[in-house]
Design a protein around this ligand. Structure first.
Ligand code: GDP
Length: 451
């Protein structure tokens, strides 16, 4: 693994400077061969040197070269960074020279992968490097920084330590039952400790899921039959905030019409008008596209017309959204009530009319309530930051639930111990204490080149 790798670490394009990063055992000697200036093999670590990159006699560029010797570097290996003039031709030429002198072109994410494999950072920190690079808003940046600084890893490590202590005391009992001065571990004694650990993990999961809302926003779909007032509600929500945003990233399927910010959280609104061109939503309710839209949404705003009786189509949509976080909006409440509310078994119901804006504030308040947005603001951005981490935490949690059940059912303690250990291992996977080659390859391949 310890060959020397190189890549352009800045975006390749026209710019003032570009950086070519080289890491590995021969990083310094390779760059030294193409550098006219000080002898880089003799300079102190963490120093910068002015000189020229040369191709035999020809001066290719005027550069600054940083020399950072192992182990206090990004990869823990010798690292040299060449700051050359930006521009495609120069940058490529410098890289080419580095490669010709013995370095290999790095794979995407390979520098960070080395930092991980060499033990400088754990897996959550490695992932946060990528998150930081990709962060498109303040919340995302804050979450990534917290994780990079190791706060997330620490929470997981502390929890693992508690589980380990529990495991140790169980094991002593199993291995040395004859020792009288050892506290005898019984299911009853494990129970309160188990409960405490489980609650802590639950809190981490809940806060992380809330945190996801903070960083990714709430994907909201407005659905309902034609003419019930979907577009009017969307426009009222957007108009009032005067914050129409059209360039929001989503999957190609999404048609984000706009976004408003409630308590610092982006509510990304998708009108099913976005799929109007494939005919209206109700006729196409069976079509995968519309169903997926509902499935993928964090919130469904289901609009019904106060002035009409429920139709079969309304029923269909009501049935379909039952398992989703849904707010039923009874619109056109300025008109006579013809809808039979007894037929609607939803908990979250808001009455609106888009003419004098009646109910629009209540709708927003409901959203705040459903997503705990009031509390979110006080949180400290220490979350598990991606699906991989959260699902491992959930797996670990459900194993702990099994353990708790096992304790209730008086299952022998050595059997229970096996499950506790499994949950400990799952938590270990979050920070990369245990991992598979495939996972690591897959994960780092998502990085950009040169990182
Ligand atoms: P969509 O097809 O569900 O998007 O419905 P629209 O928002 O286009 O509204 C359909 C019609 O209902 C329009 O003529 C609106 O002016 C009208 N409308 C929308 N909201 C209300 C409301 O709260 N009260 C009344 N009386 N009419 C409304």
């Amino acid at each position: 693994m310890n060959d020397t790798i190189a890549a352009i670490s800045t975006t390749l394009g026209v710019g003032a400077i570009s950086i070519i990063r080289v890491s590995g055992e021969n990083a310094i000697s390779i760059v030294n061969q193409i550098f006219k200036g000080k002898d880089l093999e003799t300079v102190d670590t963490h120093t910068i040197h002015y000189g020229h990159i040369i191709d035999q006699e020809e001066e290719i560029d005027e550069v600054l070269v940083s020399v950072m010797k192992a182990p206090k570097t990004f990869t823990t290996e010798d690292v040299v960074e060449i700051n050359c003039h930006g521009g495609i031709s120069t940058t490529n030429k410098v890289l080419e020279l580095v490669l010709n002198h013995g370095a290999r072109l790095a794979e995407p994410g390979e520098f960070t992968k080395r930092a991980f494999l060499n033990g400088r950072i754990d897996l959550t920190q490695a992932e946060s490097v990528m998150d930081l690079i990709n962060a498109k808003n303040e919340s995302k940046r804050k979450v990534a920084m917290k994780s990079l600084d190791g706060y997330v890893s620490n929470i997981i490590r502390n929890l693992r330590q508690e589980i380990l202590e529990l495991l140790a005391s169980i094991e002593v009992n199993i291995d040395y039952p004859e020792y009288e001065d050892i506290e005898v571990m019984t299911n009853d004694k494990i129970k309160p400790k188990m409960k405490e650990i489980k609650e802590k993990l639950k809190k981490i999961i809940t806060e992380s899921e809330n945190g996801k809302v903070l960083t990714n926003g709430i994907k909201t779909i407005i659905i309902g039959r034609p003419n019930v007032g979907k577009s009017s509600i969307l426009n009222r929500l957007l108009d009032e905030e005067k914050a129409i945003v059209t360039d929001i990233e989503g999957t190609t399927r999404d048609t984000v019409e706009g976004s408003i910010t409630i308590h610092g959280v982006a509510l990304n609104l998708m009108d099913t008008a976005g799929i109007r061109d494939t005919n209206d939503i109700v006729e196409k309710i069976g079509v995968e596209k519309s169903l997926n839209l509902i499935q993928e949404a964090d919130l469904v705003i289901l609009v019904l017309n106060n002035n009409e009786e429920l139709t079969k189509e309304d029923q269909k949509i009501l049935n379909y959204c039952q398992d989703k976080k849904t707010i039923v909006v009874i619109n056109k409440n300025d008109l006579e009530r013809k809808i039979n509310m007894e037929e609607i078994s939803y908990k979250n119901i808001i009455y609106t009319n888009t003419i004098d804006l009646n109910g629009i504030d209540s709708l927003k308040e409901k959203i705040v309530e459903l997503f705990n947005l009031n509390e979110l603001e006080q949180q400290d951005y220490t979350y598990l930051s991606n699906v991989r981490q959260i699902s491992l935490a959930k797996e670990s949690y459900s194993i702990l639930e099994e353990v708790e059940k096992g304790i209730e059912e008086e299952i022998p303690i050595d059997m229970i111990e096996i499950d506790i250990k499994r949950s400990w291992e799952k938590l270990g996977e979050i920070i990369g204490e245990t991992y598979t080659e495939e996972l690591i390859d897959q994960l780092f391949s998502q990085f950009c080149l040169g990182k």
